[in-house]
Write a protein of this length. Structure first.
Lengths: 456, 456
């Protein structure tokens, strides 16, 4: 697995050397002076994912993560460290189980989607109706799924820019509601993922206003392959499905916010974000513990080079995975504070390959500085729309902020995304260091820019 | 994942082309004339793992597999197809669950080992005693594990010849009994595996005569990493462990035996074997559905080249995983029939890289023919002890048989071995074809050799 070289030796007792140190010793071209990956980024993501572990939105574990993060940020020298609570509609996982019964009887690896409807502990048993695509399900007549469990297949493949998550992700986001609207008892989908492991990909789904949710799960890709082969061979399949998780209102969540004050507190600040919650199956290493590690380490490195002109604020958003609650809460609470620019790291731990901004022509000179600083790290500049991100999206929209997207390589992101396999060993310290270096160079420029940067 | 190029497209409805056909169209050097991987080997392992799925020793699924196999062998033109029943001590999986409680509270991916003792549904909670190696556990004082759950770590790494499975595998085979002998309440081990997925490796353990089994499980490698990091950081850990599976006596199992009769039935036959049972987590594609596919396809290809002099018998052994019951039953039932040579395929689906025989000097000429035939397939000849294999071991021993080991590359075998990830998509049709070619060339020589081949 070249893309996710595992670092098990790091994990062994007696081998306490932080992996990033190996790199700094080798002094790659991007090893800018500063606190360093070994000192901040690696321990941050290692400790968060090991000592706290999974951090489901609205769970006690997410609350522990907030306390842990606030303490870590204070230890690292951040000012104004605050936990900012809010409540959410949460999903609490129950028993997830699926098996073919009758023909080709066998267990299947399944996970419930966030906000799934629930079966009871005995589960439900029904014929499976196979749809090769979401479009095929859309074409099914009204009422035609009565008494059936829909299965929605698709053909997602890896892309460097992650663009498959839009169209293929709609199978997860829209498929369940669509199946329910046609009378389905329940729905299972092929995992929205590009790996070949028995680790199904969860993620949130949504239901049209007023619709009663039906049980909705995702099968691991090898299990979806089984179904596809059996259907292709002419088998009529029957599924026994048990998904007992519950949706609950008023669950406690919150953001963690902290500042590195700049030399001129009167200037609008630079906001850098990640999200602190994770899906519950893995430990949220690449999604998105590593994002918090990257933005935190880079902010500290910029400060280590000399206090920057503008304040850099870090936002560890809560409850991103269930629909961006943390980003919305941040914009609501801090919408009257002046922001200069916003950025987010939430696409894994692979290297930054592309920079995109939404700068207006008046800020061409700043963009030129960024491109010149990032190019030696193997990063190309491209035109196009910026992503921003779920956690900074609301404040970007409210204040029409400039954005710098440091786009990470997504060729392997959807191998791990929302699976039990999202664990620390999947982070390559060399690629983590390249991320921190790219963020450091970017923040060093924008946080020291005296003139306003303007969005087009 | 270069080693296990997945072939999802094969699985999709409408893409019914057997993957091997792609190769035969390309006519690699080893595409000997005959039935071909696309016609026999790929469909055999695909259908077995898809239509039957997991085939735990002594289970109803294993019985379905015997019926399936007998029917397939008849369809393929084998003679004397027989199901030969026997009974075994079986293991029936229950609930497998583990979680750290208190410090670093989080769920861990665990699987019970075969013949594990059982907890009740509520599980047990106890402090974890960490042992970095089996030797460290051996050095623990008698009684020192009273009231504790032992955790045994190790440092298995991949080897081409699979030789790590001996020493590191002893953690699974001997560790539980050793921990029990020192008073442990239960034991968990780092999976005997070389991957980095949340898929723990099961496998059989054993208990010294007269000892009451204690609950014994394996953690996935990323979970073992968590424990190792926490212990290295000084944390005292508490584990809640639930393993409710049961050992039962008198469970039905059996072998499937079938012949391709040779031109001279008076000559001793050539025996080729695989095992039909699999662990229950995966679908037993590489362990060992593919072995049955390889030996069956090769035997048919030899026949397609002209009826061989000697009968070729295929043995699909039952209940290999729980201790070689099928091989023992075969030797007992067929020990008076004359065998010329025995071979087994049970080390996955990667390419054959090495041939080893136990031929006496009198059979040097035959060995020379084998080496000359196999060398163009990238296979080297080495001296050394032969493995034979669990399913043919008893008859080899009883009749002092010559053996040809066609050793497969094991660099990635223990990524998948005994995990949920042992599924069809992990088989590379090109490597499967190389296996069938190597077996075909080997069988063509030994089944047409008139003189006895003698073992040293």
């Amino acid at each position: 697995m070249p893309a996710f070289a595992p670092f098990r030796s790091v994990a062994r007792p007696g081998v306490l050397l932080a992996a990033g140190a190996l790199l700094l010793a080798g002094a790659p071209v991007w090893a800018d002076a500063g606190a360093g990956t070994a000192d901040v980024a690696w321990p941050l993501v290692s400790d968060l994912t090991t000592q706290v572990g999974p951090r489901l939105a609205g769970s006690p574990a997410e609350a522990r993560a907030r306390d842990w993060a606030a303490q870590r940020l204070r230890t690292l020298g951040f000012a104004h460290v605050a936990i900012e609570p809010f409540t959410i509609r949460a999903y609490r996982r129950g028993t997830d189980r699926a098996e073919l019964v009758g023909t080709a009887a066998q267990p299947l690896a399944v996970v419930a989607l966030g906000y799934s409807g629930a079966t009871d502990e005995a589960g439900i048993t029904a014929p499976l109706a196979y749809f090769p695509t979401l479009a095929a399900l859309e074409a099914a007549p009204a009422g035609s799924l009565a008494g059936k469990i829909a299965f929605i297949d698709h053909a997602m493949a890896p892309t460097q820019d992650g663009s498959g998550y839009g169209p293929y992700g709609s199978v997860r986001r829209k498929g369940p509601g669509l199946a329910a609207s046609k009378g389905a008892l329940a729905v299972v989908i092929r995992s929205v993922g590009t790996d070949h492991h028995r680790n199904p990909h969860t993620g949130v789904t949504s239901w049209p206003q007023g619709m009663t949710p039906i049980p909705a799960g995702a099968l691991a890709n090898p299990d979806a392959d089984q179904i596809a082969r059996l259907v292709a061979g002419g088998s009529a399949l029957t599924l026994h499905l048990t998904l007992t998780g519950q949706t609950v209102d008023g669950a406690p969540s919150g953001n963690v916010v902290a500042d590195l004050p700049g030399r001129d507190p009167s200037l609008p600040m630079v906001l850098v974000a990640c999200h602190l919650d994770s899906w519950d199956q893995g430990t949220g290493a690449i999604d998105d513990g590593v994002g918090c590690a990257i933005v935190t380490a880079a902010a500290l490195r910029v400060q280590a080079q000399g206090k920057p002109l503008r304040t850099i604020r870090v936002l560890y958003a809560g409850s991103e995975e269930l629909g961006g609650f943390g980003g919305a809460a941040y914009a609501q609470r801090h919408g009257k504070e002046a922001h200069a620019l916003a950025m987010e790291s939430d696409f894994g731990a692979d290297r930054v390959w592309k920079v995109v901004t939404n700068f207006a022509p008046a800020s061409d000179a700043v963009k030129g500085q960024l491109v010149a600083a990032l190019n030696p790290l193997g990063i190309v500049s491209q035109e196009g729309e910026v992503e921003g991100g779920t956690d900074v999206g609301p404040i970007i929209k409210a204040q029409h902020l400039p954005v710098v997207d440091l786009a990470q390589d997504g060729m392997h992101y959807f191998d791990l995304h929302h699976t039990p396999d999202d664990t620390l060993d999947k982070i390559d310290p060399a690629r983590l260091e390249q991320n921190v270096a790219a963020w450091t160079r970017t923040l060093a420029i924008v946080a020291n820019e005296k003139a306003p940067i303007t969005a087009r």
